[in-house]
Write a protein that binds this ligand. Structure first.
Ligand SMILES: Nc1ncnc2c1ncn2[C@@H]1O[C@H](COP(=O)(O)OP(=O)(O)O)[C@@H](O)[C@H]1O
Ligand SMILES: [Mg+2]
Length: 249
């Protein structure tokens, strides 16, 4: 039996009212398990970011329920727990832009996330350095964001999102500002994190060239979510490791 890290049932989110009413989520249900990397596709305005921020407990849908690690956290627009605390400790966000704090070094940007969860001292410093190394930017730890390329900044932002080993990682078009090679690197990295750390990862993406990286593909259109039957065939070179052990005989 699998445990969903995040599960949402029958989410409904409406912006505005009357003439300007927009139904951004219509009865959306989704569930992502430990070790699963899910893509969220769909045209602009279809509700992807609204769904991601709902799953991230940043915006509450007025209808539907959300469970995080099996615990009910939201029901019909009502928070059932301290959402900010849950967010800080259990959810890592990566956005289209790295949004690093410009007057902090790469290491300090990661340290800040640890400190917000009361992780301080030498072990936190070591953890920050370890994460930057894991992301391939260990040699840039003392650089400021403006001294880093876009791809390096995004890696630091991902290190920051991973700092507290969140069981859930949400990324909204994280590779939009990167070239396709770097974009693939980032997607492969999410997969490694999911598989090595048992995290559930949900990524909004427009990049159809990297879809072979994902275990699951969801499509959104006009506030309605459908799950694609299977990932499309890979355009990339064949992989050596089986990306989806559950599908193995
Ligand atoms: N804060 C908001 N106020 C009003 N309408 C919004 C707001 N955010 C999003 N919308 C509308 O909700 C719909 C879904 O938006 P969004 O979730 O951002 O879609 P996507 O991320 O797929 O582009 C769109 O029609 C958008 O214009
Ligand atoms: Mg969006």
């Amino acid at each position: 039996m699998h445990h969903a890290v995040i599960r949402a049932e029958s989410l409904r989110k409406v912006y505005g009212e009357g003439d300007t009413e927009v139904v951004a989520l219509r009865d959306v249900s989704i569930s992502t398990e430990r070790g699963e990397v899910a893509a969220l596709l769909g045209p602009s305005g279809s509700g992807k970011s609204t769904l991601l921020t709902a799953l991230g407990l940043l915006n509450l849908p007025e209808r539907g329920r959300i469970w995080l690690a099996g615990r009910p956290v939201v029901a019909d627009g009502v928070a059932l727990t301290d959402l900010a605390a849950v967010r800080r400790s259990m959810i890592g966000f990566v956005f289209q832009k790295a949004n690093l704090i410009p007057f902090l070094t790469a290491r300090e940007n990661v340290l800040l996330a640890l400190q917000l969860n009361d992780r301080v001292g030498r072990s936190a410093g070591a953890r920050a350095q370890e994460l930057l190394g894991y992301l391939g930017v260990g040699g840039r730890a003392d650089h400021y964001p403006e001294q880093l390329s876009g791809g390096q900044q995004q890696r630091v932002a991902i290190a920051r999102a991973l700092a507290n080993r969140p069981p859930l990682i949400l990324a909204d078009e994280p590779t939009a500002a990167l070239d396709s090679h770097r974009g693939r690197d980032v997607m492969e990295l999410f997969k490694r994190i999911a598989h090595e750390q048992g995290a559930a990862v949900v990524v909004v993406t427009h990049d159809h060239r990297t879809l072979d990286v994902f275990d699951t593909i969801h499509e959104m259109e006009d506030g309605v979510l459908t799950r694609a039957a299977a990932p499309p065939p890979a355009h990339a070179p064949p992989r050596t490791a089986d990306p989806n052990p559950e599908a193995s005989p």
